[in-house]
Design a protein around this ligand. Structure first.
Ligand code: IPE
Ligand code: IPE
Ligand code: MG
Length: 261
C-alpha cells in the first residue's frame, strides 16, 4: 500500500541518498517498472565467492525493490528472474536457482500477502521442478484478489517464446474460425501475450552495466525508457530505484511526436 509523503521520507531515510526524494514528482511516477536483475555472478566473484552466493545476496535487493514500489504506490513491478536461455548454465547453478526461487517464495509469501501484493508469473511454468512450480502456483492463487502492487516474476521467460506462443494461439483461433485474419492488429497480438492485463513498462532498469534486453519483454518495451546502472544487482537498493525514478522523470517521452505538440 502506498504511503504518504511523510512515510516516504521515513522509508528513504538516508540523509544523503534519500535527498533524491525531494526531486521526485509523486504525481508522475511510472505505472509499470520492469527490472533485469543482472550481475549476481560478478558480485560474488569479486568477493571470491561462488556465483550462487551472488544469487542468494540478490534476494535482499528484490525485497528492496518490492518495498520501494509498494511504498511509492507504483502499481506494477516485473522482475526478470530466469530466462529461457539460462537453462544453458551449469546444472548446479540452475538447480540452485530453482531451489532458491522455491524457498524464497515460500518464505516471502506471507509478507507479500501483508502488503496486499498480487503475484503473477510470465514464462513457462510447466518446465520448472515440481516444488518450484507448486509454490509459484500457490502464490498466484492465494494473492490473485489482492489490490496492491502486482509483482510479476519472469521465470523461464523469453520474449521471442512469448511472441511465438501468441502467434500460435492466434493461428489456432483463425483455424477454428473464431478470428478473422484481417482483425489481427497490434492490440490483438498484445491480448495474446502471457499477461494481457499488464500495461507496457514505462521504465526498464538493467543493473550491471549491460546494454541489452537479453530477450526480456521485447514486444512490451517498444516505448519504455531504459535506465542502465553499473551497480550489480545485490548492491541495488531502494535508493538505486529512487535514482532510476528521478532519471526517468527527466526524460522526454515523445512517442514519435515532436515535443510540445
Ligand atoms: C543475474 O545475475 C541472475 C540470473 C540471470 C539468474 P547473473 O547470474 O547473470 O550475474 P552475472 O551477469 O554473471 O554477473
Ligand atoms: C538476463 O541476464 C536474464 C536475467 C536477469 C534473468 P543474463 O545474465 O542471462 O543475460 P546475458 O547472458 O548477459 O545477456
Ligand atoms: Mg548476467
Amino acid at each position: 500500500m502506498s504511503g504518504s509523503p511523510d512515510s516516504h521520507f521515513q522509508f528513504f531515510n538516508d540523509p544523503v541518498r534519500g535527498a533524491a526524494l525531494e526531486r521526485l514528482d509523486l504525481e508522475r511516477l511510472p505505472r509499470h517498472v520492469a527490472v533485469i536483475m543482472d550481475g549476481n555472478g560478478r558480485w560474488a566473484q569479486s568477493r571470491g565467492l561462488p556465483r550462487t552466493a551472488g544469487h542468494k545476496a540478490g534476494i535482499a535487493a528484490v525485497r528492496e525493490a518490492i518495498l520501494a514500489c509498494d511504498e511509492l504506490g507504483i502499481g506494477w513491478l516485473t522482475i526478470y528472474a530466469f530466462s529461457t536461455e539460462n537453462w544453458n548454465r551449469p546444472r548446479r547453478e540452475v538447480d540452485m536457482l530453482m531451489n532458491l526461487f522455491a524457498s524464497t517464495m515460500a518464505a516471502e509469501l506471507k509478507g507479500l500477502e501483508d502488503h496486499d501484493a498480487r503475484v503473477r508469473l510470465i514464462g513457462n511454468l510447466s518446465a520448472l521442478p515440481d516444488k518450484t512450480r507448486r509454490i509459484f502456483e500457490q502464490s498466484i492463487a492465494e494473492t490473485k484478489d489482492n489490490k496492491g502492487l502486482t509483482l510479476t516474476m519472469a521465470v523461464n521467460y523469453g520474449g521471442r517464446r512469448e511472441i511465438a506462443d501468441a502467434v500460435r494461439e492466434i493461428a489456432e483461433r483463425v483455424a477454428a474460425g473464431e478470428l478473422d485474419p484481417s482483425s489481427i492488429d497490434e492490440r490483438c497480438v498484445s491480448s495474446h501475450l502471457y499477461d494481457p492485463e499488464a500495461p507496457d513498462p514505462d521504465l526498464l532498469i538493467r543493473t550491471s552495466g549491460e546494454q541489452r534486453l537479453s530477450n526480456f519483454l521485447i514486444w512490451q518495451t517498444a516505448y519504455s525508457e531504459f535506465y542502465i546502472t553499473d551497480t550489480l544487482w545485490p548492491d541495488f537498493d531502494r535508493y538505486g530505484l529512487l535514482d532510476a525514478l528521478v532519471d526517468f522523470q527527466g526524460r522526454s517521452r515523445r512517442f514519435g511526436k515532436v515535443d510540445g505538440s
